[in-house]
Design a binder for this molecule. Structure first.
Ligand SMILES: Nc1ncnc2c1ncn2[C@@H]1O[C@H](COP(=O)(O)OP(=O)(O)O)[C@@H](O)[C@H]1O
Ligand SMILES: [Mg+2]
Length: 391
């Protein structure tokens, strides 16, 4: 059974359309992340699923039960939806101990004292904070408070756990630690999780699926690896490529000749294209993206390589980032291990074409370009010879 189904969800706040026609299915046990820049509607959708916000149109089904229907104005109250929500601000009750904070949701259900104790202890144990039971929130660090907030959310054994930027108030080290804890917790509980973040790293490391939001719409829904490798639009590519996951961008123009051959002309390399050319137009502007790990560096010239000059070397542990320049263009390449290239050294860069993405510059939509792979049989590679060796 699907954990959640959203159909045609529209939400307006203060007369402004905030969510547009959201369609989304989340499977039982998924770790679904809503990823997008601030203000794109992630929290609003989470609140709509939780029942804290009414949808103007559309239906929401949780574990097979309809919980909201815009047309019939049906709106099940939040407490009956069998889900728990953890906010960015931990919202712990300051006058209650950790134990009391976590127990509260069970006590209002009038469970027996012994049952409450057992469940609270289990939840504190899962969050590894059993020893903090008697403390007050003011006696806890930010990370500990966040653990209490999550313990409080899981103690009621919800079908779905909703987490809204739960790590954004923590410092970098704690964030990484809590990320690992959340991953472990998800595996242990096997609960469906919806996780909201604007942090690409969190989305990539935690999720089974990522929904990317822009302007109140889901623009891509994919597994993290697919999202990383094949962003659907230039906007998504650039968003995923920011924040330390560098993305090289190369502008080019499609050229076709009277013999029906076509190629992509960039300031630094000509890339022969295959296919019948029917999807491409002469003069069409294209943006290519290539990740640093998909650039190979050689000390000698290769077919299709670009001669570049090393401008800076950034050692970073197990890998080295090498910045290269040519003709007013700069590329970042990632090489495994230590590389001690002197600035000014000439290297030959080969872009792994099968890992590149091409986007129509006007629409920003990804294009399926067929690159001609290098053919080593002499005499058969006229197209390639003409292009690759022309510079
Ligand atoms: N209570 C509100 N009244 C009016 N507009 C709101 C309200 N809450 C959020 N918004 C607007 O809705 C949009 C989406 O907000 P939100 O869902 O909080 O985005 P995110 O969580 O992705 O940062 C933003 O443009 C925000 O200004
Ligand atoms: Mg938000």
């Amino acid at each position: 059974m699907n954990a959640i189904e959203l159909q045609g969800i529209h939400v307006a706040l203060d007369g402004k359309q905030v969510l547009h026609n959201i369609e989304l299915t989340i499977k039982q046990g998924d770790f679904m992340t809503f990823l997008g820049p601030s203000g794109c509607g992630k929290t609003t959708l989470l609140r709509t699923i939780a029942g804290l916000q009414k949808a103007d149109a559309g239906t929401i089904t949780i574990s097979g039960r309809e919980v909201a229907n815009g047309e019939t104005q049906f709106h099940m109250e939040p407490s009956k939806r069998r889900l728990s929500l953890v906010f960015q601000s931990y919202a712990l009750w300051p006058h209650m101990t950790v134990y009391e904070n976590v127990a509260f949701g069970l006590q209002v259900r009038k469970l027996a004292k012994a049952v409450v104790r057992e469940k609270v202890e289990a939840a504190l144990g899962k969050m590894r904070i059993a020893e903090l039971a008697g403390r007050y929130p003011s006696e806890l660090s930010g990370g500990q408070q966040q653990r209490v907030a999550i313990a409080r959310a899981i103690v009621t054994e919800p079908d779905i756990l909703l987490l809204d930027e739960p790590l954004s108030n923590l410092d970098a080290k704690l964030r990484v630690e809590m990320r690992a804890e959340l991953k472990r917790l998800h595996q242990e509980l096997n609960t469906t999780v919806i996780y909201v973040t604007h942090d690409q790293h969190e989305a990539m490391t935690l999720s089974t699926k990522v929904a990317v939001f822009f302007g109140g719409q889901i623009v891509q829904l994919d597994k993290p690896r697919e999202l990383y490798k094949r962003p659907n639009t230039l906007q998504v590519a650039e968003f995923i490529g920011s924040a330390g996951m560098q993305m090289n961008r190369l502008e080019g123009v499609v050229r076709t000749d009277e013999e029906g051959l076509s190629w992509l002309e960039t300031p630094v390399v000509l890339i022969p294209l295959g296919g019948d050319g029917s999807t491409m137009q002469d003069g069409q502007e294209v943006v290519l993206t290539v990740r640093p790990e998909d650039i190979r560096l050689y000390e000698e010239r290769r077919p299709g390589s670009i001669a570049m000059s090393v401008s800076a070397v950034f050692p970073s542990g197990a890998e080295t980032l090498v910045q290269l320049d040519t003709a007013g263009m700069s590329l970042m390449a990632r090489v495994i291990g230590e590389s001690e290239y002197e600035p000014g050294t000439t290297l030959y860069a080969v872009l792994r074409q099968e890992q590149m993405n091409a986007y129509d510059k006007k629409t920003g939509i990804r294009m399926e370009l067929q690159y001609v792979t290098h053919n080593n049989e002499p005499g058969e590679s006229t197209h390639e010879d003409r292009l690759s060796y022309s510079r």
